[in-house]
Design a protein around this ligand. Structure first.
Ligand SMILES: Nc1nc2c(ncn2[C@@H]2O[C@H](COP(=O)(O)OP(=O)(O)O)[C@@H](O)[C@H]2O)c(=O)[nH]1
Ligand SMILES: [Mg+2]
Length: 221
């Protein structure tokens, strides 16, 4: 799974990505200007079977399922872009290569907020995908130019029911994990639903047919 991080220069894309993925102090790293696309391998793996623990146990445990999901993991890669703002359009190759997009603006600079509206439309036109909006630097309370109401209006004007807004701080870490985790779960949602249905079908098949178990199946997620 690949997650894209897009927004104007200096909004905190690199800082947020580093905070989430490496949990290192952001000082120093953020001083390096990003050019092109930096790919962060997060090392974050999502165990689908863990997310489905309740359903699996309701079905009588993993040994009762006709397939195995405990080995299925999804690797999360966060891409960090730089320099996109120089061009009027997003890089279509980059957009097509990701499964979800985190659009970041700096709440202390209104200009950066206005850009993400334009980019949001371009992104979903190129490839329909889950998108979230992140208003970063919310620790700089006295300098805030973008209000929660403005985010609310933007979210509604985009006519995408599920678009969520997170106010974050890469400095304090506030809401950083929640934002990325929400992004991951939105991308995973169809996969999880599929597994959930299969588990439920398997459970009802078994209650009808006793001990009859179909052969194992492999899944590529
Ligand atoms: N106060 C504050 N500063 C931040 C925050 N996130 C990033 N910065 C600072 O903003 C500058 C730009 O950050 P950077 O991650 O390089 O932005 P990028 O160009 O979008 O990747 C750096 O000086 C960071 O230390 C934040 O949440 N709060
Ligand atoms: Mg950067």
């Amino acid at each position: 799974m690949k997650i894209g991080v897009l927004g104007n220069c200096d909004v905190g894309k690199t800082s947020l990505t580093v905070k989430f993925t490496r949990r290192k102090n952001i000082d120093g790293v953020s001083k390096v200007k990003t050019t092109g696309i930096d790919q962060f391998n997060t090392g974050v793996t999502v165990q689908v079977s863990k997310l489905l623990e309740r359903e699996i146990s309701a079905a009588g445990g993993p040994e009762n399922l006709p397939f195995s999901i405990d080995d299925t993991m999804i690797r999360l890669t966060v891409w960090d872009t730089g320099g996109q703002e120089k061009y009027n359009a997003v890089d279509s190759t980059y957009v097509r290569g990701v499964d979800g997009m985190v659009l970041v603006c700096d709440v202390t600079r209104k200009k950066t907020f206005l850009t993400i509206e334009k980019w949001c439309r371009q992104v979903v036109a190129l490839k329909p995908m889950p998108v979230i909006i992140v208003g970063n630097k919310c620790d700089k309370e006295s300098e805030i130019e973008v209000t929660p109401q403005m985010f609310e209006e933007l979210s509604q004007s985009l006519h995408r029911k599920n678009i969520r807004v997170f106010l974050t701080s890469a400095v304090t870490g506030y809401n950083v994990d929640s934002a990325f985790k929400h992004m991951v779960y939105e991308v995973l949602h169809p996969v999880i639903s599929n597994f959930r249905n299969m588990i439920m079908n398997a459970a009802s098949d078994q209650s009808l047919r006793g001990t009859d178990k179909p052969k194992n199946m492999d899944f590529n997620v």
